[in-house]
Ligand binder design. Structure first.
Ligand code: NAP
Length: 471
């Protein structure tokens, strides 16, 4: 782990295993941090905070720029490591490296542009100076599904803003995060500005940090269930929470859509990351008039996918992250079938080593099915029919989540009108990917608080200060 600029073991020498989900084979052992290790990381980021906040923004920008260059140069090394510990096919890992690196470049550019302004009070009696300053030491917690991009999305914005941080990666995928921390160090990261703590005891290590008072901000990406408990833990010390939580994306195909284009989009929105993405199309809502064509084409495409180890160049679908993920898929599919859905292809885990699940299409999924309400998080496409646009919008909004919605229609004006009625933080119109370092990524309702990326993302790490001047 990286604590105070040094690579260290856990103080009690404990470790845990990181395994390849495609084979179950051991990849590495990493330190299993104790509460004391977590507090040492907090100490270090607190000590480094004033110096980093005072560092010229150019210095912060150039560190991020050098890290960007290094990640791009080492693209293949990062991609192979992501595939090894997370399972996604190599082409997708390369795409994640490109996406993840982009946050370093974007925030290297944003770092030098912290906005402030000078105002005259309406009564003319005073001057109002408004400036932005780093919130202070941050705790950053990331999930396993995009091990590089979820880390760079937080770290780049935090460091650009002048904050120091303790980063805790998911235990399934700590190796990519450690490699990234190494890259930052080679790029000139001062000791303590970023600490990385790997542990199997996330609540035990993170709880005391949130209770301490010196951590001023929590940025969490993960499930809504864990997000809720962490928001509560932010209460006592009024730690500012940013939450990138779960999604239950509707993918609406209107009757006037270009069906082939919609199927292409559905393949991407559903199958990117084997469906293990918060942005994954969870509910395919298809107009009855185009449903047969859409379902047939989608089933054909899903059936033709090659499932295999992510490092195999033929592989288009890797394993799901673990046995629990596989079991959940089976339960959700069985529940939908019991409620009347029909399996077009797939429907079960694959025999043999690794946690592979067959690419699956279900038609006639009723809104009462569990998969209509919960994140599927796997290669299972669930189709539900609708008859008129109002019904589609009301089905789409019928969820506690509000991260992203997709819609396909040839009529752009109609598409924009529908977008205005969708209760989601992001809407993709005739597109299957919303992730972009230059855009404010994030959800409404129980999908999150705050935004990552874009001009907006850095604001989560900045406080406003207003100075009142006598005229
Ligand atoms: P998770 O179980 O919520 O875990 C996320 C991270 O939080 C892991 O590092 C986990 O470590 C840690 N954690 C769990 N309980 C904790 C606690 N009490 N205190 C501190 N840390 C704790 O989610 P996941 O299964 O890794 O990721 C999948 C979820 O992430 C999905 O719901 C997905 O939609 C969401 N996600 C959202 C976005 C977004 O931008 N909105 C992006 C990617 C993923 P342990 O595993 O050791 O518990």
């Amino acid at each position: 782990m990286l604590i105070d600029g040094r690579w260290v073991t856990a103080e009690n020498e404990k470790t845990f295993e990181v395994a390849d989900p495609a084979t179950g084979k051991l990849l590495a052992r990493v330190p299993d941090a104790s509460v004391r290790d977590g507090l040492a990381a907090l100490e270090s980021s607190t000590r480094a905070a004033a110096g980093w906040a005072a560092a010229p923004t150019r210095q912060r920008a150039e560190l991020l720029r050098r890290a960007f260059e290094a990640v791009v140069t080492r693209r293949e090394e990062f991609a192979r490591l992501i595939t090894a510990e997370m399972g996604k096919p190599l082409t997708e890992s390369r795409a994640e490296v490109d996406y993840g690196a982009e946050f370093l470049r974007w925030y290297s550019e944003e770092a030098a542009r912290p906005a402030g302004d000078y105002r005259i009070a309406p009564d003319g009696a005073s001057r109002l100076l408004v400036s932005r300053r780093p919130v202070g030491p941050c705790l950053l917690i990331t999930p396993w599904n995009f091990p590089l991009a979820m880390a760079t999305r937080k770290v780049a914005a935090a460091l650009a803003a002048g904050c120091t941080a303790v980063l805790k990666p998911a235990p399934q995928t700590p190796l990519t995060t450690l490699l990234f921390a190494g890259v930052l160090q080679e790029a000139g990261l001062p000791a303590g500005v970023l600490n990385v703590v790997t542990t199997l005891d996330a609540p035990g290590v993170c709880g005391p940090l949130l209770a301490d008072g010196r951590i001023r901000k929590l940025s969490f990406t993960g499930s809504t269930a864990v997000g809720r408990t962490l928001i509560a833990q932010c209460g006592p010390k009024v730690v500012r929470p940013s939450m990138e939580l779960g999604g239950n994306a509707p993918f609406i195909v209107f009757g006037d859509a270009d069906v082939e284009r919609a199927v292409d989009g559905a393949m991407t929105a559903k199958m990117r990351n084997m469906g293990e993405a918060c942005t994954a199309a969870n509910r395919l809502l298809v107009h009855r008039g185009v449903a047969n064509e859409f379902s047939a084409l989608l089933t054909e495409r899903m059936t033709s996918l090659t499932v295999g180890h992510g490092l195999d160049p033929q592989s288009q679908v890797g394993p799901v992250i673990d046995q629990a993920g596989c079991d959940k898929l089976e339960r959700l599919v069985n529940d939908a079938v019991e409620r009347g859905a029909v399996i077009g292809t797939g429907g079960a885990a694959l025999e043999g080593a690794g946690t592979f699940f067959a690419p699956t299409v279900l038609t006639g999924v009723p809104p009462e099915a569990r998969m209509f309400k919960e994140e599927i998080f796997g290669p299972v496409a669930a189709i539900t029919l609708f008859d008129d646009p109002d019904e589609a919008i009301s089905l789409a909004n019928d969820t506690e989540y509000g991260l992203v919605a997709y819609l396909y229609s040839r009529d752009l004006e109609h598409g924009l009108r529908v977008a205005e009625r969708l209760d989601f933080g992001m809407v993709a119109l005739n597109r299957a990917i919303v992730s972009n370092a230059a855009a404010p990524f994030g959800g409404v309702k129980q999908s999150g608080l705050g935004r990552e990326g874009g001009r907006e993302g850095i604001n989560d790490y900045l406080d406003l200060q207003y100075v009142s001047l006598d005229s």
